[in-house]
Design a protein around this ligand. Structure first.
Ligand SMILES: *[C@@H]1O[C@H](CO)[C@@H](O)[C@H](O)[C@H]1NC(C)=O
Ligand SMILES: *[C@@H]1O[C@H](CO)[C@@H](O)[C@H](O)[C@H]1NC(C)=O
Ligand SMILES: *[C@@H]1O[C@H](CO)[C@@H](O)[C@H](O)[C@H]1NC(C)=O
Length: 521
């Protein structure tokens, strides 16, 4: 397994690097595969790939979290020591924000945590009128230029999503900012907010408190209504303490997502060891609760991704962290090759059930691309037509495929002609992914902002038995799928490139690796 598949897990919590050790906490139900009894499980790693599990860091053992230790974040203080802020569900089932501090800061594994007597540090009250059942998921705190710590907590009032800001001089006494950092009407509850700077000059990450020249800010929310993680690019005005989306930037809209498949409750952290920002996200199951109970576990974490601002300034780019390449073995390289319209090419020589595939396509006959139906603005709707015969595309990969192509997950591109440009769409189609499971096999879709006249169309795909993570256009569009093949498992899994378009295309690059298993427990 490449990923962390563990019994009843969901949101990643408090990721950080401390004394050279990466920490990941996550929402975990130690008593079953479905939600409930939530604690903070804890694992550490030296390389983000191989993990050592530890006892839960936060358990339900105070009046302020007896009904659940819900999501939260880690902040590194100027002294270098970490502090956790998390949502506790108290004896009255109210959501309150608590602190936890390491018992022994000299231990790089930070096994034991203390919950101070003064918890909770932020709570809904008569005065602040905060809805006590819609008040959760504190962010990493940042230090303002005025010496005040700030953090955000997700909230809604009626159906209006809000990010409430709180400030503190000492990290213990917090007061609420006059205005929310950001709010939008009719968006529902905003879970797991994240606010962070991104560098405007390259792929390097920016430290969470960075403001001003050289950075823009990203604001992300996990939309409880709709179950997707969306972001906006803009600026954080640290005088007024508001977030201002850039003109033209979508404002927490379903089109601007980290990932157009299954990917929720994500969280970033700044990895100071190599100056990058790393994104963690939760991939849930497509199976129902009864199936999860019978298999005894559910949910996993996606492979951590480096995340940065594209040079256009208009969107983020994501790429699996470099360390994942340590798991590669037995590389297979194909020479440049034509892929005729209507053809299928087997990519043999790799373990198709656990692989990393990099492929790029060149399109010689763009003029013949089908005309874009401009009434279709939702790429998922276009993808839902399936990978049947097209003009330029569909072309891409059939992964976790049975030898006879009765079972496969298709990930592919399609190119359309619009008035003044070409439109590229990436799809991940699970409709034929399993011969035994016949529900929840969606088709996901995303626009990929590339110009096929000037650029090759690249696709990186990480395949891990039941998970297919795709990065199109060098990481401009990401789609993660859960699939449950019944024939294309282990040695029965095959990998193909295909072109179901009318026109021939060229594979300009194709490299594939079998992937070793990571150590996770
Ligand atoms: C408070 O949140 C709960 C849970 O989402 C919701 O059912 C309730 O309507 C909210 N109350 C108000 C006044 O918004
Ligand atoms: C899993 O996530 C999808 C969205 O990707 C959501 O529609 C579905 O309800 C979730 N399933 C479960 C069992 O939580
Ligand atoms: C290619 O198109 C044909 C004809 O529409 C269809 O039967 C076949 O399933 C398509 N291939 C894929 C991979 O979807």
């Amino acid at each position: 397994m490449l990923c962390l598949d563990i019994f009843g897990i969901s949101d990643p919590n408090g990721p950080m690097i401390y004394k050279g050790t990466y920490h990941l906490f996550y929402q975990y139900n130690p008593t079953g595969a479905v939600p409930g009894n939530i604690v903070w499980a804890h694992s550490t790693s030296k390389d983000l790939i191989n993990w050592t599990p530890h006892p839960p860091a936060l358990s339900r053992d105070t009046p302020h979290d007896v009904n659940g230790c819900w999501s939260g974040s880690a902040t590194l203080l100027p002294s270098g020591e970490p502090i956790l802020v998390y949502t506790g569900v108290n004896t009255e089932n109210q959501q309150v924000q608590n602190l936890a501090i390491p018992k022994n800061p000299s231990d790089p594994n930070l096994i034991d945590w203390i919950k101070p007597q003064y918890n909770p540090v932020i709570a809904p009250t008569q005065q602040n009128m905060i809805n006590a059942t819609s008040f959760r998921d504190p962010t990493t705190a940042w230090l303002g230029r005025d010496g005040l710590w700030r953090l955000i907590v997700g909230n809604k009032i009626g159906q209006n999503g809000r990010m409430l800001m709180f400030m503190s001089r000492d990290f213990v006494h917090w007061f609420q900012s006059k205005n929310p950092l950001y709010s939008r009407r009719d968006t529902g509850m905003w879970e797991c907010p994240d606010l962070y700077p991104v560098s405007t000059g390259g792929e390097g990450g920016a430290e969470t408190s960075a403001v001003g020249r050289g950075v823009k800010h990203v604001l992300k929310a996990s939309m409880n209504d709709g179950f997707f993680d969306t972001y906006a690019i803009g600026s954080y005005d640290d005088g007024k303490d508001v977030f201002v989306p850039e003109r033209g930037s979508l404002r927490l809209d379903s089109r601007m997502r980290y990932d157009h498949g299954k990917f929720y409750a994500s969280k970033t952290f700044f990895d100071g060891s190599v100056k990058r920002r790393v994104l963690w996200g939760w991939i849930n199951e497509s199976t129902d609760a009864a199936t999860d109970i019978s298999k005894g576990w559910s949910g996993l974490q996606a492979i951590p991704r480096k995340i940065w601002l594209h040079k256009s300034g208009k969107q983020l780019v994501q790429w699996p962290v470099k360390e994942i390449e340590k798991l590669r073995e037995g590389r297979v390289i194909f020479p440049t090759k034509e892929l005729k319209g209507g053809s299928v090419l087997e990519i043999s020589g790799v373990t198709a059930s656990q692989a990393d595939v990099e492929i790029s396509f060149e399109i010689p006959t763009l003029e013949k691309a089908e005309e874009m139906d401009t009434s279709l603005t939702d790429p998922q709707a276009i993808c839902s037509y399936g990978a049947g015969k097209g003009g330029v595309g569909p072309f891409g990969l059939l992964v976790l495929a049975s030898k006879d192509l009765q079972e496969y997950t298709a990930v592919y591109f399609r190119v359309f002609r619009a008035k003044t440009r070409y439109v590229v769409i990436m799809c991940s189609d699970q409709s034929r992914s399993s011969l035994s499971l016949d529900y929840d096999k969606p088709t996901y879709g995303a626009f990929v902002d590339v110009d096929p006249v000037k650029e090759k169309l690249s696709l990186r795909t990480l395949i891990d038995h039941s998970i297919v993570e795709c990065f199109g256009g060098d990481g401009k569009a990401c789609i993660t799928a859960r699939v449950y093949p019944s024939v294309a498992i282990d040695g029965g899994a095959h990998l193909f490139a295909f072109n179901n378009g009318t026109y021939d295309i060229k594979i300009s690059k194709l490299a594939a690796w079998s992937m070793k298993a990571a150590q996770i427990n």
